[in-house]
Design a protein around this ligand. Structure first.
Ligand SMILES: NC(=O)C1=CN([C@@H]2O[C@H](COP(=O)(O)OP(=O)(O)OC[C@H]3O[C@@H](n4cnc5c(N)ncnc54)[C@H](OP(=O)(O)O)[C@@H]3O)[C@@H](O)[C@H]2O)C=CC1
Ligand SMILES: Nc1c(N[C@@H]2O[C@H](COP(=O)(O)O)[C@@H](O)[C@H]2O)[nH]c(=O)[nH]c1=O
Length: 376
């Protein structure tokens, strides 16, 4: 199921706190950074905070710049992004600024929380997601029912922790402020628990007055059938690589990436790479990895097209090469059509040998784009 692009945004002290324990919200960002946050808000379809943040900060979560709001309207978008909060209890103050400023608002909650919120007279769409609040369902709801493609999450720590631990975050924008809180009772950005192994990828580091903005991408693949945000990132890269293929009327243009369990890229390739007229993307990528590399056993192969099951031009099809390399997880965008090999079933070859194949159909159009001339 397609999900929104989830951007986690937070500012932290040098000792990792989101706030102090005083009655006022701690300003970690400076004016220029708050203006950057405003710009990010203006770029998204929805802004989400947890009920703890609504209670602690009484935020308005607006796009403050009139120019940015006007630009949204000129683009045919709502003046303000949808405001979303999540609460299990439904125990929220109906007089909070959240409900009385900006545009549309929605409360995502549980059956019990919905009863309580309605009894309190909360001024928003109150949406129950069942007896418990499941984050994947919440994101699916926002994507499918509210048209949210980009979601900015502005905390607090409980919400950020769950989204990162459940591998639903596509991006982290973290501002480090030069002050120390030093109070163990203050809220931290990330709590204890199991996170992806390995390192996140630092994609940008920018000084903004006296704070530093760091942007990170989680890169560790999911496991088995469980899809992580990073799976979408890597499959999108495979689709980009497919665009590099020398065009052909007799073969597909495909891109592939091999990624270790800790999120490090082992190799990438594309069809007909390096002047070889018949080399396939997965074959080109795997040829660049040392077969003795132990990381292959936990790796995922991302391929814009399902790995091939039969070949005339080579002794082994890509599904077999993947299995022989020891890889047991494949993520692809597009099942092979009958264009060149009727009834090709690379997925069948892989799954019969115990591998998992995940098809992310929302990338099918991108995978097909460099193959348009082959469609009958
Ligand atoms: N520096 C910064 O950038 C930011 C700082 N902050 C700070 O963070 C603090 C608030 O953080 P925190 O207390 O962690 O609160 P959160 O904003 O993360 O909200 C937590 C609440 O959200 C609801 N919730 C979250 N996940 C679930 C779930 N899976 N199922 C059901 N309900 C869920 C619960 O509401 P309920 O209790 O109603 O059931 C829970 O108590 C404040 O001090 C604020 O100032 C916040 C944002 C940004
Ligand atoms: N304190 C803090 C942030 N806090 C976030 O800003 C929200 C309030 O925004 P507003 O309604 O516009 O006043 C608050 O609820 C929390 O999500 N954000 C940051 O980038 N830097 C900061 O230092």
């Amino acid at each position: 199921m397609p999900l929104p692009h989830v951007l986690l945004s937070a500012a932290v002290s040098l000792d990792g706190y989101l706030d102090d324990t005083g009655p006022e919200r701690l300003l970690l960002s400076g004016p220029a950074d708050f203006d950057r946050v405003d710009e990010v808000r203006a770029s998204v379809d929805a802004i989400l905070v947890g009920a703890g943040t609504v209670r602690a900060d009484n935020p308005r979560l607006l796009v403050n710049s009139a120019e940015r709001r006007a630009a949204r309207v000129a683009e045919g978008r709502a003046e303000y992004p949808l405001k979303v909060t999540v609460s299990g209890s439904g125990e929220l103050d109906p007089a909070a600024c959240f409900w009385h400023t900006g545009g549309e608002k929605v409360l995502l909650t549980t059956d019990g929380g919905a009863r309580r919120a309605r009894a309190l007279g909360i001024g928003a769409d109150v949406v129950s997601l069942g007896p418990q609040l499941d984050w994947r369902r919440a994101l699916e709801y926002l994507h499918d029912r509210r048209g949210v493609r980009r979601l900015m999450v502005e905390g607090g720590g409980t919400v950020h922790t769950q989204l990162l631990q459940q591998e639903l975050a596509d991006e982290l924008q973290l501002v480090l402020a030069p002050l120390l809180v030093g109070d163990p009772a203050a809220p931290r950005l990330f709590g204890p628990g199991a996170y992806q192994g390995g390192r996140l990828r630092l994609v940008e580091s920018r000084r903004i007055e006296d704070v530093v903005l760091n942007r990170y991408l989680p890169t560790a693949p999911g496991t088995g059938e469980r899809v992580a945000a990073a799976d979408r990132h890597w499959l999108a890269l495979a689709c980009e690589l497919a665009e590099l293929c020398p065009p052909s009327d007799t073969a597909f243009s495909v891109g592939a990436v091999v990624v270790a369990a800790d999120g490090s890229e082992l190799a990438r390739g594309y069809s007909r790479e390096g002047g070889d007229p018949v080399v396939h993307a997965e074959e080109a990528a795997l040829a660049k990895v040392d077969p003795a590399d132990r990381r292959l056993a936990g790796a995922t192969v991302y391929s814009s097209l399902e790995p091939c099951a039969r070949r005339a031009s080579r002794p082994a099809p890509c599904a077999r090469l993947i299995l022989d390399a020891g890889v047991r997880r494949v993520v692809t965008a597009w099942r092979e059509p009958d264009t060149f090999v009727p009834g090709a079933d690379g997925t069948g070859v892989l799954t019969a040998a115990g591998a998992t194949v995940v098809v992310l159909a929302e990338y099918e159009a991108r995978a097909k784009a460099p193959n348009r001339h082959l469609e009958g």
